[in-house]
Design a protein around this ligand. Structure first.
Ligand code: HEM
Ligand SMILES: *[C@@H]1O[C@H](CO)[C@@H](O)[C@H](O)[C@H]1NC(C)=O
Ligand SMILES: CC(=O)N[C@H]1CO[C@H](CO)[C@@H](O)[C@@H]1O
Length: 161
């Protein structure tokens, strides 16, 4: 039985070490503290990584503070941060592995087509974690849960990119 469970996971895409229920709760409760700050989060990512901003034709070369007030920026921030919210909602339940695999597969395909590199995804990750550290109740246990969750997602993403 266990063998088949492991095999099924391998078929849909390997999640190296799934989060415990406690870890999933830590990720979900900390994300709930900032998940509605979509514009603020994307602005922090752009400010820290001009090379990421430069890949968005509508936003390239523009002042981030001014962009923050535009509807186009809010729309994009909602899509990108909303995608994180979808993944966060699915973690901690192995029955959701196929759904996670599908979402990450779509992200990999659309961004591979745009030539987005692993290095840029890693920059995004670092900025996201810096944002969390500054804006949620943070601690070693919260940090460890995010690290493990992001390692899982990025491992899957990079296997498809
Ligand atoms: C790390 C560097 C990244 C770059 C340079 C990048 C770039 C882009 C670009 C150029 C678009 C198209 C925008 C347009 O329609 O004009 C886009 C769309 C999108 N991005 Fe990213 N992206 C990055 C990371 C991410 C991450 C980490 C996520 C999710 C957590 C994400 C989620 C999305 C979504 C949901 C869309 C809209 C749907 C789509 O077109 O696939 N992106 N991205
Ligand atoms: C896990 O997900 C499955 C399928 O979505 C659902 O039926 C089940 O209740 C979930 N289990 C927990 C503990 O949330
Ligand atoms: C809403 C909020 O408090 N956002 C802050 C999160 O942390 C960054 C620093 O990384 C601040 O610039 C934001 O203002």
């Amino acid at each position: 039985m266990k063998f088949f469970a492991v095999l099924a996971l391998c078929v849909v895409g390997a999640i190296a070490s799934p989060l415990s229920a406690d870890q999933a709760n830590l990720v979900q409760s900390s994300w709930a503290q900032v998940r509605n700050n979509e514009v603020d989060i994307l602005a922090a990512v752009f400010t820290a990584n001009p090379d990421i901003q430069a890949r968005f034709p509508q936003f390239a070369g523009k002042d981030v503070a001014a962009l923050k007030d535009t509807a186009a920026f809010a729309t994009h921030a909602g899509r990108i941060v909303g995608f994180v919210s979808e993944l966060v909602a699915l973690i901690g339940n192995e029955s959701n592995a196929p759904a996670v695999n599908t979402l990450v597969g779509q992200l990999a395909a659309s961004h591979k087509a745009r030539g987005i590199s692993q290095a840029q995804f890693n920059e995004f990750r670092a900025s996201l974690v810096a944002y969390l550290q500054a804006n949620v109740s943070w601690g070693d246990n919260v940090a460890a849960a995010w690290t493990q969750g992001l390692d899982n997602i990025f491992g899957l993403l990079f296997s498809k990119l």
